[in-house]
Design a protein around this ligand. Sequence first.
Ligand SMILES: CC(C)(COP(=O)(O)OP(=O)(O)OC[C@H]1O[C@@H](n2cnc3c(N)ncnc32)[C@H](O)[C@@H]1OP(=O)(O)O)[C@@H](O)C(=O)NCCC(=O)NCCS
Length: 193
Amino acid sequence: MKIEDIKENYYFETLTAEHDLSDFDCGDEDLNDFLKNDALAQQKEKLNVTKLVMYNGDIIGFASLLTDTLKLKNIKDENLRLKIKGKLNINSNKRGISAVKIGRLAINRKYSNKGLGSHILRSILNNLKKISENKVGFRFIIIEGYAKAFNFYVVRNGFEYLKKDEKSIKNIDFIMNRDPTKTFYLYLDLEKI
Ligand SMILES: CC(C)(COP(=O)(O)OP(=O)(O)OC[C@H]1O[C@@H](n2cnc3c(N)ncnc32)[C@H](O)[C@@H]1OP(=O)(O)O)[C@@H](O)C(=O)NCCC(=O)NCCS
C-alpha cells in the first residue's frame, strides 16, 4: 500500500444506500455501528451528513458533519473571548458562537497509524474554512473526541480542550488507560489554520 499515492488520490463521497459498508472496521464498535446502521437514516432526516473517504473504490474512513455552537465561556484564550464579545457587542459568556461539529471521524483499521487520519482531518478543515469564508459563517470546529484520541486531536492536530476541562486534562494519561472512550469536547479556531 503506497501511502503517498493514497494521500494524493483519496476523494470524498456523500454516503448513499449503494455504498457497501460491510467490510468497514475502524476498531471501535460504536463507530462501526453508527456508520452501518444509523448514518444514512440520520442523514435522510438532515441531522448530519456523512462523507466517506474513498480510494480505488475502498472506504478508507468517514466523517459526519453537523452544526453546533461553542459557548464563549468554554474558550480558553481570554483575549479571543473578549475580542468576540466586543465584536458581537455582548456581555454574556453564555452566548454560543457558530461552529461545525465533526460528529464522528474514523479511519479503517487497514489504513490507520500511517498519518492518513491527520491528512484527511486537515483536508476536511481546509474545506470547512473555505465554506466559512464565502458560504455560511462559522468560527469554530468542534469534535467530541475519545480520551484515547486526545493526542491525535490535541497534540498532533492543534485542537484545544475546553476551559472547564483544564483540571481533568492534567490526568489525561490516567484517563486514557482507565476510561479510553470517555469523551471530551475539543475545538479549533478556524482563524488558526
Ligand atoms: C483516531 C483515528 C481517526 C486516527 O486516524 P489515523 O489514520 O490512525 O491517524 P494518524 O495516522 O494520523 O495518527 C495516529 C497515530 O499514528 C501514528 N503515526 C502518524 N503518522 C505515522 C506514520 N507516517 N507512520 C507511522 N505511524 C504514524 C502516530 O503515532 C499517531 O499517534 P498520535 O496521534 O497518538 O500521536 C483512527 O485511529 C480511528 O479511527 N480510531 C478509531 C476510532 C476513533 O477512536 N476515532 C476517534 C473518535 S473520537
